[in-house]
Design a protein around this ligand. Structure first.
Ligand code: M6P
Ligand code: ZN
Length: 189
């Protein structure tokens, strides 16, 4: 797509979520940056740590931390597994815990895994067209359970922030694993 010719802060390809324009920012997460998050450490060490797990593009029309603003983003998660566990996002609580978020699935198939502050964990199926409301005080992570890229779009408050430490230390209360060709949410001990 060429640079935006229509009004607005960027151009969105609504079929893929791809953002085009000078305001769009991008980050890439490799397997090596996700050390400790997958269950099977041995399998993790055997894999190429430069493998791209997911990419994020986002628009921040106001500075990070601004009260009352909104951010917009698209995440593309590659298909694959570490052992039985599907490729997934890091996952986070919001630094301002009570901030909510929308996720919408554009392409692919997966699960939105959510966990409250008491570590109760549940999941919603993501498929093209599914729209997900993530309430405040709920950590969120997406796992790609399909054989193609999983593409999702998101909208969150500009003062929400990301708290990754809680997830790095304790993880979620369940993991999305492949069991006999099916994806199953398996509680952690
Ligand atoms: C969505 C939003 C972003 C988030 C991204 C990747 O686009 O929730 O705020 O950064 O997913 O998820 P994570 O930050 O957990 O890696
Ligand atoms: Zn969030």
């Amino acid at each position: 797509m060429d640079s935006p010719k229509i009004g607005g802060i960027a151009c969105v390809d609504w079929s893929t979520g791809s953002l085009v324009g000078p305001n769009a920012r991008e980050s890439v997460k490799t397997l090596g940056q996700m050390r400790g998050l997958f269950q099977n450490q041995n399998e993790f060490e055997r894999m190429d740590l430069n493998t791209i797990i997911y990419r994020v593009q986002w628009l921040a029309p106001v500075p990070d931390g601004t009260e009352g603003g909104l951010f917009w983003g698209t995440t593309v998660i590659e298909p694959g597994r570490v052992g039985d566990e599907y490729f997934m996002t890091h996952g986070h609580f919001h630094a301002k815990r009570d901030r909510a978020e929308y996720y919408g699935c554009l392409e692919g198939k997966g699960m939105l895994i959510m966990m409250d502050t008491a570590r109760r964990t549940w999941a919603e199926c993501m498929e093209p067209g599914s729209l997900h409301y993530i309430p405040g005080n709920v950590a969120h992570r997406v796992a790609n359970a399909g054989e193609t890229q999983l593409k999702l779009t998101a909208c969150w408050p500009s003062d929400a922030g990301h708290d990754y430490a809680a997830i790095r230390q304790e993880g979620f209360g369940a993991r999305l694993l492949a069991r006999n060709g099916e994806s199953v949410l398996v509680p952690t001990r």
